[in-house]
Design a binder for this molecule. Structure first.
Ligand SMILES: Cc1cc2nc3c(=O)[nH]c(=O)nc-3n(C[C@H](O)[C@H](O)[C@H](O)COP(=O)(O)OP(=O)(O)OC[C@H]3O[C@@H](n4cnc5c(N)ncnc54)[C@H](O)[C@@H]3O)c2cc1C
Length: 419
C-alpha cells in the first residue's frame, strides 16, 4: 500500500471538487482547492438539484435515433444542435449515438448504480460537517406522464432500474395529485421513486462545502490552472493568478474542473472526449405552487424542483459548445412547459440561467488515477448526474488518494476507456 499523500490540490470548486476536498480532509489530507472564479458558480449553480439513486440509465437510450428528427423540429423539444457547431460536434455525436442500444443501456446502468445508490450516505458526513443538512430533502421523486403510450414506452428503462434494485412504484391519477398538488390533470400516469431526494439550493450547498473546507484548515486559491506536470514523485501546477504566472507543488492532484477538464488532462497526454450538453433553467419566484418534491415530466424531459429561490424548471440539451452566447428562447420554452405542468402558477417573477453539463459519449464520468501519472486523479465528466454522483465520486477519490481500495468498482470509469 502506498503512503497517504499529504498535500492534495483539487482543481475546480463545483459540487464535484468541493465534495472531493471535503472527503480528502476526512482522510487526513491537507487540501488546496483551486478555483478561477468562486465556488459553485458554474454548472453546479443552476441545475435541477436532483439527488437520485435511480438516475442510472444513459442519456443515449435505445430508440433515440428514431426520436431525434421530431425533437429537432419541435420548438419545445428536448434537444437542439446549433447548425454552425454541427461539424465540430459530429464525431462526438456519432460516438454518443453509438451507445443508444440495449447492451450499453445495461452496461451504463450497472456501472452507475453502485456510484449513485449511496448518494445520501456519501453526502451525509460532509454535509453534516458543513451544517448544510437543511439544504437536502428526501421527499422522493414523481415521474409524471401525460400520455399512456409514453408511460408504456418507459418500461424498458424502468425494468433495468428495478432489476438493479431501484424502488419505483406505479401510482394512480389520484396519487399524482396528492404527490404533486397543482399539477395539471393531464398527468394521469406516473411512477414514484421514494429513495430519491434533492437539494433546495445546489449553489449554496457547493459554497457551504467549500467554505467548510477552509474552516477545517484547507486553502481556497483563486487561480486558473494552465497545466499539470508530474515531477519526481510530486505534481507541479502552472497557474495564472491575478494575471501573473505562478506555480504550486502538491503530493497529489485531483482534476474536478467539470467540462473544462479536457485541456488539463491533455496537458498530461490523456485524451478524453468531453462535450458540453448545454442546459437551461427558469426559476419562478413566489410561484404559488405547493409541491414539496421533484416532478419529472418524462416526455418533455423537464424537471420541476421546489427550491429556495423559487420553483425551478430545468432541462433541455443544446449542443453548441462552450463559447456561444446562451439561446434564451430555450429557457423561455421551459417556462412554457412549466405553465403546462402547473397552469395556476404565478409567473410574474422569473430568472433564467444556462450551464454546461460535462458529458462523455457513454454517459459515464471519469473517476480514477491518470494512466500516465499515478498521483493525478480524475473526477470529471458527470454529465446529467453530477449532483447525484459528486459525493460518491469524492469518497472513491479520497479512498484512492489515501491508498485504499475504493468501496465500489470504479473500473468502468477509467480514463483510458476511449482509446
Ligand atoms: C439544466 C441542468 C440541470 C441539471 N440537473 C441536474 C440534476 O438534477 N441532478 C444532477 O445530478 N445533475 C444535474 N445536472 C448536472 C450537474 O449540474 C453537473 O453534472 C455538475 O454540476 C458538474 O459539477 P462539476 O463540479 O463537475 O462542474 P462545475 O460545477 O462546472 O465546476 C467546475 C469548476 O471548475 C472551475 N474551473 C474550470 N477550469 C478551471 C481551471 N483551469 N482552473 C481553476 N478552476 C477551473 C470552474 O470555474 C468551475 O467552478 C444538471 C445540469 C444542467 C445544465
Amino acid at each position: 500500500m502506498t503512503a497517504p499523500a499529504r498535500h492534495v490540490a483539487v482543481i475546480g470548486a463545483g459540487i464535484v471538487g468541493a465534495s472531493c476536498a471535503a472527503w480528502l480532509q476526512r482522510k487526513g489530507m491537507t487540501v488546496t482547492l483551486i478555483e478561477r472564479d468562486a465556488p459553485g458558480e458554474a454548472t453546479s449553480f443552476g441545475n435541477a438539484g436532483s439527488m437520485s439513486p435511480t438516475a442510472v440509465t444513459p442519456v443515449a437510450m435505445p430508440g433515440m435515433l428514431r426520436q431525434i428528427p421530431a425533437w429537432l423540429t419541435d420548438p419545445l423539444g428536448p434537444l437542439t444542435v446549433k447548425a454552425w457547431y454541427l461539424p465540430f460536434a459530429l464525431p462526438w455525436l456519432i460516438r454518443f449515438l453509438a451507445h443508444a442500444n440495449r447492451d450499453d443501456l445495461w452496461r451504463c446502468s450497472q456501472a452507475l448504480r453502485p456510484l449513485l445508490a449511496p448518494v445520501f450516505e456519501c453526502y451525509e458526513p460532509i454535509v453534516a460537517n458543513a451544517q448544510a443538512q437543511g439544504l437536502i430533502r428526501r421527499e422522493g421523486v414523481l415521474y409524471a406522464y401525460d400520455s399512456e403510450a409514453e408511460f408504456r414506452a418507459s418500461s424498458p428503462a424502468e425494468e433495468v432500474r428495478r432489476k438493479l434494485g431501484a424502488v419505483l412504484e406505479d401510482v394512480s391519477a389520484a396519487d399524482i395529485q396528492r404527490l404533486a398538488p397543482g399539477l395539471a390533470p393531464a398527468f394521469r400516469w406516473g411512477t414514484y421513486g421514494p429513495e430519491n431526494g434533492y437539494t433546495v439550493n445546489p449553489h449554496r450547498l457547493t459554497r457551504m462545502l467549500a467554505e467548510r473546507v477552509v474552516t477545517d484548515g484547507g486553502r481556497l486559491l483563486k487561480a486558473e490552472v494552465r497545466s499539470i506536470e508530474p515531477r519526481n514523485g510530486t505534481v507541479r501546477l502552472r497557474l495564472a493568478r491575478d494575471g501573473q504566472a505562478d506555480e504550486l507543488a502538491a503530493d497529489a492532484v485531483v482534476v474536478a474542473a467539470g467540462v473544462w477538464s479536457g485541456p488539463l488532462a491533455a496537458s498530461l497526454g490523456d485524451r478524453v472526449p468531453l462535450e458540453s450538453q448545454r442546459g437551461y433553467h427558469v426559476t419562478v419566484a413566489n410561484s404559488g405552487v405547493r409541491t414539496t418534491r421533484i416532478v419529472n415530466w418524462v416526455r418533455r424531459r423537464v424537471f420541476s424542483t421546489p427550491m429556495e429561490p423559487g420553483l425551478r424548471f430545468a432541462g433541455t440539451v443544446e449542443i453548441a459548445g462552450l463559447k456561444a452566447a446562451p439561446s434564451w428562447e430555450r429557457a423561455d420554452r421551459l417556462l412554457q412547459l412549466g405553465r403546462q405542468m402547473f397552469p395556476d402558477m404565478d409567473t410574474s417573477s422569473v430568472s433564467r440561467w444556462m450551464g454546461h453539463r460535462p458529458c462523455l459519449p457513454d454517459s459515464l464520468p471519469v473517476i480514477g488515477a491518470s494512466p500516465r501519472a499515478k498521483n493525478v486523479f480524475y473526477a470529471f465528466g458527470h454529465g446529467h448526474i453530477g449532483m447525484c454522483s459528486a459525493a460518491g465520486t469524492a469518497r472513491s477519490i479520497a479512498e484512492l488518494v489515501a491508498g485504499e481500495t475504493p468501496q465500489i468498482d470504479i473500473a468502468p470509469f477509467r480514463a483510458d476507456r476511449f482509446r
